[in-house]
Design a protein around this ligand. Structure first.
Ligand code: C5P
Length: 224
């Protein structure tokens, strides 16, 4: 059974908790850089005290020692899942995995904001196939001991086939047929994401901007 994660991309902790109050079946909250820089560990503690698991999405990419420290701090704080960036390199991924304990670390492969040309500029070489790059980085992440990866709805099927049944594949950019796409270029329905092998679906604006967030949350659960 796949899990539904709500991305709390809201300007303040007050607004985030007000939304959480309206979602009685909330199990996972994704906290990103804006909310974390504003509210810090107190908000993570508040979610966990309510029985909500926190996905801390700060996409760490630094020297192994620094990332290891961040992962250990997140684990001590009670964070359930966190992201590191696969381009930080194998030594960094391995060190991070070694500090994770029961925190599930997942690796970001290719940013969804990167088209081939952007990624070629970063790598300094031709990149004819972004799916190939995502698979290459995902294999490195799992070999280093990570629990899984973050992928777009387009890559999830390919990655599930390449990586086997066990790894977590966390998929953002989920939209119901009635939703707009916002700024997401590659969206996928909850049914298709699960069918293609996603274990965790990340949904932000369709819930955070809804007039009836609870109704949308329930519809997403039903579709999954
Ligand atoms: O509002 P929406 O449903 O588009 O939010 C998707 C969430 O997933 C946002 O918090 C965004 O930062 C995050 N995300 C993403 N693409 C990635 C990784 C994370 O959209 N590759």
């Amino acid at each position: 059974m796949a899990e539904l994660i709500v991305a709390f991309d809201l300007p303040s902790g007050r607004e985030a908790l007000a939304l959480a109050d309206r979602l009685p079946r909330l199990r996972w909250a994704k906290v990103g850089p804006t909310l974390f820089v504003r509210e810090g560990p107190a908000l993570v503690r508040e979610f966990t005290a309510r029985g909500v698991r926190v996905f801390l999405d700060l996409k760490w990419h630094d020297i192994p020692n620094t990332v290891t420290g961040a992962v250990a701090a997140a684990r001590e704080l009670g964070v359930a899942m966190a992201t590191v960036h696969c381009l930080g390199g194998f030594a960094m991924l391995q060190a991070a995995a070694g500090a994770a304990g029961d925190l599930a670390l997942v690796g970001v492969t290719v940013l969804t904001s990167h088209a081939s040309a952007d990624f070629e500029q970063v790598m300094g070489r031709g990149v004819p196939d972004l799916g190939f790059e995502a698979e290459r980085l995902a294999r490195a992440a799992l070999h280093a001991g990570l629990r899984g990866v973050v992928a777009s709805g387009e890559e999830v099927g390919l990655l599930r086939e390449a990586l086997g049944a066990d790894p977590w594949i966390v998929v953002p950019g989920i939209r119901l047929p009635t939703d707009g796409t916002d700024d997401q270029a590659r969206t996928v329905s909850p049914e298709d994401a699960v069918r293609r092998g996603a274990t965790h679906l990340v949904v932000g604006r369709p819930i955070t901007a809804a007039r009836e967030p609870r109704g949308i949350y329930e519809r997403l659960l039903e579709a999954m």
